[in-house]
Design a protein around this ligand. Structure first.
Ligand SMILES: [Fe+2]
Ligand SMILES: [Fe+2]
Length: 135
């Protein structure tokens, strides 16, 4: 599997956000590499899913705090999408803990989710944040 790259069209131009999105992509790539190791990679998958989950919570908090601070009218809708993702990734983790081999399914899901999220709802705050001088 080819490593996931955050190409130009997925950048928001807001440095903090792009940095955090890149970190999420890095964890996804680590999960992908571990997934290719078969049974030997299981511990690495576990570590990286846990890291990904906590970093995702952190990143969502960054966005939500900025949205609240700048009265983003999309705040509630956007937060709801974040909350759903947290539940979905939590469900993957539960299946993994039950011994299921979820690696490939999880990567496909995250890739699809992150890219459509960045190009969808994350895009809606760019103008607002830039106008408020968020960097
Ligand atoms: Fe978001
Ligand atoms: Fe985001």
């Amino acid at each position: 599997m080819e490593l996931i790259k955050l190409t130009q069209e997925y950048l928001t131009g807001i440095e903090t956000i792009d940095y955090e999105h890149q970190k999420l992509v890095n964890y996804m790539n680590e999960i992908m590499k571990a997934n290719e190791m078969g049974d030997h990679g299981r511990l690495l998958i576990e570590i990286n899913i846990d890291e990904l989950i906590s970093y995702t919570v952190f990143h969502f908090r960054t966005e939500e705090e900025l949205m609240q601070e700048h009265n983003d009218p999309n705040y509630l809708v956007h937060k709801d999408v974040h909350d759903k993702l947290k539940t979905e990734v939590g469900n993957f983790k539960k299946r993994f803990n039950n011994g299921e081999d979820i690696g490939t399914e999880l990567i496909d899901f995250l890739k699809e989710w992150l890219f459509s999220h960045i190009q969808g709802v994350d895009r809606s705050y760019i103008e607002l944040f830039q106008s408020k001088g968020v960097v």
